[in-house]
Design a protein around this ligand. Structure first.
Ligand code: 5CA
Ligand code: ZN
Length: 413
């Protein structure tokens, strides 16, 4: 699948401390220790109702990870999927009397346009579920052969399931107890009551074709991929197991990331699918999580159409720490718009305080589990000095513009 255009990243002299991120599995902030090429997989959209501000907040978070790693001299191999075959997509297409493929294509294009406007660095590999069916089929075959998967006893619909107990370490990623796993499994796309399963938690790998559903041929018969195996196959085939960062919103901690990891680990000697599991908090509106099912969505494209500067949307979503749940309100946007105007005015000054210590602080805060609120406050502090007429450095405004562009993805010109 075609990705979107890469924005230019200015070179910022100097370097900052190594990146540390909170890892859900270890429940601690730990150094990300990539090799020359850092490897990152972030779960992509299911293409309907894109791109709401919750999606945007999540992709902006991993954009900061990408920018910090690049600033440290790493090449970043970034992979993202698109869940372009899934029940919610079919349901929406049926409701709106459109073909699910057309709905998907249109929403993927909208997402690309929004990501471009927000200056999000594109993934190197942008892979749809449809494109990766062969990879899934191959992996399902291996999981069956190894005994980690089984076919349910059902002549009509011989679905293939993954045994939740296939790996010893299952549960290490979320750290949830059984009751919590059962609750989230039922709420987030699982099918605990499917007759014939050995354990209600077992996750579907290959869903046998039902009338009216799209299907692909496979040695297991016609069907379509389960959700977790899609991300597992796409990530492993491009990044290998034990890649550096697996990312997504915290609604993916279980079952999605636990099972994506377990599928990969069941076929490997490794007990660790990804070295870091990084999860963003949920963005809500009016006191509730922003979600498709609640319908309380604010879209990036609608704000753009209303004339809102994408740089202000970016600043609004970076104003709070990525891990906390937060609310979108008009005030959040207005504060960001005022901040952007203030930064632009200061960037146009002819003399200003030295940029180096400010850039060093921005780097330090971002490296510290992406403390974007403090990084933004460091720029605010520099602006306050400019406004107070402090500083005689004629080159400082240009240096700040470049650093804000490269590290925060915000254009001040
Ligand atoms: N296609 C799957 C992942 S493989 C999926 O979850 N798609 S999605 O369109 O529902 O969400 C895309 C990404 O946005 C996921 O990482 C999800 O965790 C994140 N996300 C969804 N809603 C919110 C929200 N309200 N706040 C923050 N992030 C969100
Ligand atoms: Zn995923």
């Amino acid at each position: 699948m075609q990705s979107w255009p890469e924005p230019a990243i200015p070179n910022v002299p100097g370097t900052g401390p190594a990146l540390r991120l909170y890892d859900t599995a270890d429940a601690a902030v730990r150094p990300v220790s990539p090799g020359a090429t850092a490897t990152m997989y972030v779960c992509g959209i299911t293409p309907y109702d894109a791109t709401h501000l919750g999606h945007a907040a999540t992709y902006l978070t991993f954009d900061l990870v990408n920018r910090v790693l690049r600033d440290q001299g790493h090449d970043v191999h970034y992979v993202q999927n698109i869940t372009d075959v899934d029940d919610p997509l079919f349901e929406r297409a049926e409701r709106d009397h459109v073909d699910w493929r057309d709905l998907g294509s249109e929403q993927i294009q909208l997402f690309r346009d929004d990501m471009t406007a927000l200056r999000v660095l594109p993934p190197r590999d942008y892979i749809g579920a449809i494109e990766s069916v062969n990879e899934v089929v191959e992996m399902v075959g291996k999981l069956l052969a190894s005994g980690a998967a089984y076919v349910v006893d059902d002549d009509e619909y011989p679905d293939v399931y993954f045994r939740a107990d296939a790996t010893e370490q299952f549960g290490y990623e979320s750290n949830y107890d059984r009751a919590t796993m059962e609750k989230f499994f039922a709420e987030r796309g699982g099918d605990p009551d499917r007759p014939g399963k050995r354990d209600p938690l077992d996750a579907v790998l290959w869903r046998a074709a039902r009338p009216g559903e799209p299907s692909w041929d496979s040695p297991q018969g016609p069907g379509r991929p389960g959700w977790h195996i899609e991300c597992s196959a796409i990530a492993i085939n491009r990044l290998g197991i034990e890649f550096d960062v697996q990312g997504g919103g915290n609604d993916l901690i279980f079952p999605h990331h636990e099972f994506s990891a377990a599928h990969g680990e069941a076929l490997s000697d490794s007990r660790r699918f990804a070295r870091h599991y990084v999860h963003t908090g949920m963005v809500g509106l009016d006191g509730e999580k922003m979600s498709k099912s609640r319908g309380n969505l604010v879209f990036v494209s609608k704000l753009r159409l209303a004339g809102v500067d994408p740089a202000a949307i970016r600043l609004a979503l970076l104003a709070d720490h990525y891990r906390g749940d937060r609310m979108w309100t008009d005030a959040v946007l207005e504060t960001a718009q005022a901040r952007l105007a203030r930064w632009r005015a200061a960037a146009a000054a002819t003399a200003a305080p030295d940029a180096d210590p400010v850039i060093a602080r921005v780097r330090q805060h971002l490296a510290d589990d992406l403390d974007s609120p403090k990084a933004l406050a460091a720029i605010d502090g520099w602006c306050a000095d400019v406004e107070a007429g402090i500083g005689q450095d004629a080159g400082a405004p240009a240096a700040i513009v470049q650093a804000v562009d490269a590290l925060l993805g915000v254009g001040l010109k």
